[in-house]
Design a protein around this ligand. Structure first.
Ligand code: ADP
Ligand code: MG
Length: 439
């Protein structure tokens, strides 16, 4: 099936030709006619399988030339970096047209953005925060929006963003087409979607949460931070194939700590990105990693969603992600557009419950590797690790009876939701030895 068979126009076909793309991916092929028909759509397809063009192609196909000021298409995404990426994709597809598009995101001068909006625009790509700020100024009017895209929809409707997004949607015209995409979905988010959007058609290329076959997954059981650093150092030193490595860590502080440790060992090869850095620093780190001038990018989950960084060879989960969805998105930064990729996950004892949830969702165990002999198993705990150990000892002695807090209940609930009933993996997990072995 070539692009010719989709009902595209000359400017789009020429643009795709220039990009060297020969055929649509499955989600692009399936979404095109349905989106063209005007229906609301939820598109689920694995990471790196071309969801961006799955919505951009039909949108650009049906966008007519106009010189009206107010935007007609709005694309909402969770991060600034993703805004910039999607704007670039629009730019690539609209080289032969005069489509006007604009990136709207925080951390930059709002007055410049106001002026650009005022000049007139067809498509806006935005993060929710700055979008709200701009519409409050009265300069950005959304009354003419005909098509709304929510990319990474499960993230955008998850607790952190939901209230803001839903109250914002209230202010938009009700007669519009809504398109939602992600590689993951859960029942709770689907319920929100059913409540707020009009009879969306669900296009599911692969069941939610299916990782790409192309991504080779392995995990190590590693007891603590210092041993994790030793193991990562060993892998970076001994395996040349790790030449573009994205290292994820759960918090900004941990990202900084990992960065410091790696930077000492591999000077000038490592950069870091998280939301406490200035926007310029964020863009620089990403650019240097993207272009291949730096070998390692240490990052928080801000780059886990949607970002398409060329040829990442390895994703390393320095910590095990707390939700299976985060795991799928993190490892999905490699193995994109049919390339190969490796995902390595470091798991300490407390993170093993996350591992079970991940494996349950994938219905597949992550193959386990032993820590190589040469790697020093450190007994030195970091300041952050010590209190956790003390808690643990207390629990064991039964002195302070442990009462799980609300967060604990939440997690359990979440895990329940992603449990697709795959008893087989759970059974396997039961018998799995979970001690730190060398062989
Ligand atoms: P997703 O949103 O599904 O994670 P993206 O839309 O970011 O994936 O696309 C992943 C990569 O595949 C991008 O580099 C994109 O340019 C490329 N791509 C998209 N469509 C095609 C196609 N039809 N043929 C080849 N490569 C494509
Ligand atoms: Mg995407």
């Amino acid at each position: 099936m070539s692009f010719e068979k989709l009902n595209l126009n000359k400017p789009l076909i020429s643009a795709l030709d220039d990009l060297g793309y020969i055929e649509p991916t499955p989600i692009q092929e399936r979404a095109f006619p349905i989106i063209m028909s005007g229906k609301d759509v939820i598109g689920i397809a694995q990471t790196g399988t071309g969801k961006t063009f799955a919505y951009l192609l039909p949108i650009l196909r049906s966008l007519k030339y106009s010189d009206q000021r107010h935007p007609r298409v709005l694309i909402i995404v969770p991060t600034r970096e993703l805004v910039l990426q999607i704007v670039k994709e629009i730019e690539k597809l609209s080289v032969y047209t005069s489509t006007r598009f604009l990136a709207i995101y925080g951390g930059t001068n709002i007055n410049t953005q106001k002026q650009l909006v005022y000049n007139g625009v067809d498509i806006i790509v935005a993060t929710p925060g700055r979008l709200v700020d701009l519409s409050l100024t009265g300069i950005l009017r959304l009354k003419d929006i005909k098509q709304l895209v929510i990319d990474e929809v499960d993230q955008m409707l998850s607790l952190g963003f939901r209230q803001q997004l839903l109250s914002f949607l209230e202010t938009m015209p009700s007669k519009k087409q809504t398109l939602m995409f992600s590689a993951t979905m859960n029942e709770e988010i689907e319920a929100v979607i059913t409540k707020y959007f009009y009879e969306p058609v669900k296009i599911e290329v692969a069941p939610h949460g299916t990782p790409l076959e192309k991504i080779v997954q392995v995990c190590y059981h590693v007891p603590n931070f210092n041993t994790k650093v030793n193991l990562l150092e060993y892998l970076l030193k001994h395996d040349d194939s790790l030449n573009k490595v994205l290292v994820f860590s759960a918090t900004k502080k941990l990202a900084d700590n990992v960065y410091e440790q790696l930077n000492q060992r591999f000077p000038n090869e490592v950069v870091v990105i998280h939301s406490n850095l200035s926007q310029t620093a964020r863009i620089n780190s990403l650019k240097q990693f993207h272009e291949g001038t730096k070998r390692v990018l240490v990052a928080t989950d801000i780059v886990a969603r949607g970002l398409d960084i060329t040829d990442v060879t390895h994703v390393v989960n320095f910590d095990t992600p707390e939700t299976p969805e985060d795991y799928i998105h993190r490892i999905g930064r490699t193995g994109r557009a049919n390339k190969d990729g490796v995902a390595i996950t470091f798991i300490n004892e407390t993170e093993q419950e996350f591992q079970v949830a991940i494996e349950t969702m994938m219905n597949k165990a992550i193959p386990y590797e032993s820590i190589p002999e040469e790697v020093v198993i450190s007994k030195v705990l970091t300041d952050d690790e010590i209190p956790k150990m003390v808690d643990k000892i207390k629990q064991k002695k039964g002195k302070d009876k442990y009462v799980p807090g609300p967060a604990f209940h939440e997690k359990k609930e979440k895990n329940k939701k992603v449990n697709l009933g795959s008893a087989s993996v759970k059974e396997k997990m039961k018998g799995k030895i979970r001690t730190y072995r060398r062989s």
